[in-house]
Design a protein. Structure first.
Length: 343
């Protein structure tokens, strides 16, 4: 076991950062800015995009690693011998995982102190890959971040170290809530890491060395929820709006919970043809009416769709074959204003 004196305690444990999305970058930047000893980074294999007629990779984690000369690994297979041997040669004290795919035991069990994970929900509720989306879709008023030690192969399960709760605004979208969580993720990771290192030294790697007075297993955490929701992956068909069976509140939450990605959609009937129609932004109008469900009514500045107990007023959308645009431009592009409905 490595021992740290007081001057080494904060900065020098050998840390490997593991992240795969833009959500990860804030935590990495915060740790690096505060001069924590990041000896390596693990991220996803490259995906390339076209930019200014050039083909470039779009992995922000890799871009940051290259810019700051931090060694980087991009495994396609966690069983790859060369990858495993490189990790072992790094003599890792702590791994920090933020927004990455599931790690096998021989990877998360490798560091001397352990592997920390940050998850975008208040565990044990909303375990799974899409916690922010589902929290908004389900009409939750709060979400947050949880850090925990990975101790088994069950998804998002382990001993909770720290939790930070935030409010979800009644009109906030997935993108807005994700940005709020990004902004606090670095501070949450830093506080977690400091707590773990201090407890590690103070209690000499006992079973309580990484617990706080409120720490507990995610399976036994005190939760006010009567039932726990698993935030499974969202597929294309999950994004389709069910006008006939859903109330206006449910539809509105779905639209904002899927905006800007993967985006709620429906079929829009115009001029005897159905077009796929994505809805990025909307507002709900709660008012009784006698309109047929799914009927689209258009005025000079408003496009609204009748639903159970109200209307969905479109603010920003995209008709198949066109770019994303404001409702004003959508209305201007629709020449016939009658006999339009969604399905």
């Amino acid at each position: 076991m490595i021992e740290y004196n007081n001057s080494q305690l904060k900065k020098y444990p050998r840390i490997v950062f593991i992240g795969g999305t833009s959500f990860s970058i804030c935590s990495l930047q915060q740790l690096h800015m505060l001069k924590y000893n990041i000896i390596g980074i693990i991220t996803n294999p490259d995906k390339y995009i076209k930019k200014n007629k050039n083909i470039v990779f779009n992995n922000k984690i890799k871009q940051y690693a290259i810019k700051n000369k931090i060694p980087i690994l991009q495994p396609t297979n966690f069983l790859d011998t060369a990858f495993i041997e490189t990790l072992k040669s790094w003599h890792i004290d702590i791994q920090i995982v933020v927004s990455f795919r599931i790690l096998p035991k021989h990877i998360w069990n490798l560091p001397k102190i352990g592997t920390l994970n940050l998850h975008a929900s208040i565990l044990p509720n909303y375990k799974g890959p899409f916690p922010i989306h589902w929290s908004i879709i389900n009409g939750e008023t709060h979400t947050g971040l949880t850090t925990f030690f990975i101790k088994n192969d069950r998804i998002d399960s382990g001993n909770i170290i720290l939790q930070k709760k935030i409010h979800i605004g009644k009109n906030e979208t997935y993108g807005e809530v994700e940005n709020k969580l990004k902004k606090i993720s670095g501070d949450v990771i830093v506080k977690t890491l400091d707590q773990v290192i201090i407890k590690k030294q103070t209690h000499d790697n006992t079973s309580t060395s990484t617990s706080t007075s409120t720490s507990t297993s995610t399976s036994t955490s005190t939760s006010t929820s009567t039932s726990l929701f698993y935030a499974r992956k969202i597929y294309n068909e999950d994004c389709r709006i069910q006008w006939q069976t859903s109330f206006v509140d449910v539809i509105y939450n779905k639209i904002r919970g899927l905006s800007p990605y993967p985006t709620a959609w429906t079929y829009l009937f115009i001029k005897n043809k159905f077009y796929r129609f994505k809805i990025f932004l909307s507002k709900k109008i709660l008012v009784p009416h006698l309109y047929t469900i799914g009927l689209v009514t258009i005025s000079a500045f408003e496009m609204k769709i009748s639903a159970k107990k109200g209307f969905i007023s479109i603010l920003e959308g995209q008709i198949e074959g066109k770019t994303k645009m404001s409702v004003k431009n959508i209305i201007n592009g629709i020449k016939i204003k009658t006999n339009i409905f969604v399905k």
